[in-house]
Design a protein around this ligand. Sequence first.
Ligand SMILES: [Zn+2]
Length: 61
Amino acid sequence: MKCPKCNGLMYTECLSDFMLVFDIWKCINCGALIDPTILKNKQELKGKNKTIYSHPVRSVA
Ligand SMILES: [Zn+2]
């Protein structure tokens, strides 16, 4: 997988957020983060305004 921003090499990184564990793509060149689930949602939810390059947001309790 190559970075859509800089065409750099990307690798998967496993993140955990309390109960949730998920893998994201991370660019070793520019540090861009791509969440596969966001990409999938973006494809399924056409017209929805979701950003690809967002860090996982932890909601404040
Ligand atoms: Zn990049």
